[in-house]
Design a protein around this ligand. Sequence first.
Ligand code: DGY
Length: 321
Amino acid sequence: MTNILITRRVPQVGVRLLKEAGFEPDIIETDLPIARDELLKRVSAKSYQAILTTMSEKVDDEFLDVAGKDLKIVANFAVGYNNIDVEACKSRGVRVSNTPGVLSEATADQAFALLLAAARRVVEGHKLVESGTWEGWTPTQLLGRDLSGQTLGIIGMGRIGQEMAKRSRGFDMRLIYHNRSRDEEAEKNLGAVYKSLDELLAESDFISVHTPLNAETEHLLCYEQFKKMKKTAIIINTARGPIIHEKALVKALQEKWIWAAGLDVFEFEPKVTEELLTMPNVVLAPHLGSATEGTRDAMISLAATAIIKVLKGETPSNLVA
Ligand code: DGY
């Protein structure tokens, strides 16, 4: 008997794929994550060969110990896998998969939506009209920032960063990027110019974060970095919250070191630093980067297929370990 656990209610297509392959997965039928001790109980209830996780479940030594020695794969329903201790999985011979490629467009769309909303004060305008207090057009009401001819700085020129870059072409923006290493192909295809992080911070009118979260990128943007940005800069984060030191961001916004922010992710998600909730120049979204029907279906299909392949002794292409 092959046992598979899915840690959350997920799009049906993933469950269907597993059933068609002859498996009968156990599903924790909740939309929000269950408490850790409850989760560990569920993980230890059977000897699972595969566990399909979301980015909220921390897969560490404790989790793997509880899961036991039959576990062959942890399939993460996300492209980011900072919730998983990959080395701990490797040392136990547990494969790890993620969902690359299928959410790049949707996530870049969300980043661009936040960029436009922050630049053109869409939420402030909406609230004004909604309040019933709008008295009519004025020459200086809710003036925003132009995109055309302005510089977009992309931090992390992976798949999502490149999709963001593509979108900026349509808005006639100048494009610069910072990455762990230069990507000459992207430079040629997208007309992006490589910059050191400090140069990017100083030259960008818009900064969009698309780097994975790891020990090197945690708090990549802190007080010192916000100080280097233009006073008119707008920062967008659709990657992972802890890449930005949220207290430093609050100070930068309060003291007008920068102009605005568009945030889809938060340092202490789902908790949001209180000051951000009341700032008019901050646009907030509840981690919706990949939240389209088509994208979530594609993500769950990749995760389910990785499980099926590993359990059949095959090697899926989306393994990170
Ligand atoms: C991811 O895939 O990493 C997203 O943040 C989850 O939607």
